[in-house]
Design a protein around this ligand. Structure first.
Ligand code: A3P
Length: 289
């Protein structure tokens, strides 16, 4: 069983958000200068980036990632539960939290702060495939009978958090800012070491060689898959039907080739070209065909 979405100012959101929590988030939530915020469109490698950042903050030590659920380590600012959690962390010097929000729903206070954002982007073709599988299990996302139904909804932006294209265009407008780091899922797969270095540099964290190795080991697909604090297996049945799917599915780039028909592939290429025409294509390091 999956849920219908709520509509807030023309954008769709899952039921873990409410109109009240979305309004509070945008209009009243106070972002602080030392905050570190992970922002992604869903299914783009959010939880992976989350554990990499968590581990960097702990110099590779996995005690925190193994003992505290991922949604408590970095709560979502758009949900009431996340907001309560962040308030509890008020005393923390550099708070860490995350969001799937399109830029226009993000806290207004962020735009007057020096907070750091790490934004992770993924080939939208793989995003829709991951969404399709995950929505079968996650009751806060709307599932579809067939992949082609999900493909249509995704292309039209009728999915949780709205259009992938709008999300990317909105957030990429900040990419020249010094407090904004753009990462891609594909580059994390290709060169995890180089990207851990980039994140450390961005956060001003110096790690020793052995600490970096621990970050990479403890954030690997197999380590996360076995970590019940990261792999979503302890999410209550009210939110996830664990018999229907899991977060740690394949963890690869290019699985879309096993799902898209030729017609879907051509239609998506056309849509991508139309919607992303104004953006430097070198920012998208994934294979198109
Ligand atoms: P797939 O469904 O394609 O396997 P999000 O965290 O934004 O919901 O994204 C989930 C996707 O990230 C899933 O993709 C999942 O397998 C992948 N993922 C999670 N942890 C990963 C890791 N350590 N290495 C590679 N991929 C990972």
């Amino acid at each position: 069983m999956s849920s219908e979405y709520i509509n807030f100012e023309g954008n769709l959101f899952p039921f873990v958000c409410s109109i009240k929590s979305l309004k509070f988030c945008r209009d009243e939530f106070v972002v602080k200068n030392n905050d570190v915020i992970l922002v992604t469109y869903p299914k783009s490698g959010t939880n992976w980036a989350n554990d990499i950042i968590s581990l960097i903050r702990c110099k590779g030590d996995n005690t925190w990632v193994q003992s505290v659920p991922i949604w408590t380590r970095s709560p979502f600012i758009e949900t009431a539960m996340g907001q309560q959690q962040i308030c509890k962390n008020e005393q923390i010097e550099a708070r860490f939290y995350r969001s799937h929000l399109p830029i226009q729903f993000f806290p207004k206070s962020y735009f007057h702060s020096k907070a750091k954002i790490i934004y992770v982007m993924r080939n939208p073709r793989d995003v829709v495939v991951s969404f399709y599988h995950f929505a079968k299990a996650a009751k806060f996302y709307k599932s579809t009978e067939s992949f082609s139904e999900m493909f249509e909804m995704f292309c039209q932006g009728n999915v949780a958090y709205g259009s992938w294209f709008d999300h990317i265009c909105g957030w990429l407008s900040l990419r020249e800012n010094g407090n904004f780091l753009l990462l891609t899922y594909e580059e994390l797969l290709q060169d995890l070491r180089g990207n851990v270095d980039r994140i450390c540099h961005f956060l001003g964290t110096k790690l020793k060689e052995e600490e970096i190795n621990l970050v990479m080991k403890n954030a690997s697909f197999s380590a996360m898959k076995d970590n019940k604090m990261s792999n979503f297996s302890i999410i209550p049945d009210d939110f996830m039907d664990h018999s229907q799917g899991r977060l740690m599915r394949k963890g690869i780039a290019g699985d879309w080739k096993n799902h898209f028909t030729i017609a879907q592939s051509e239609a998506f290429d056309k849509l991508f070209q139309q919607r992303m025409a104004g953006i430097d294509q070198r920012l998208f390091p994934w294979e198109h065909s």
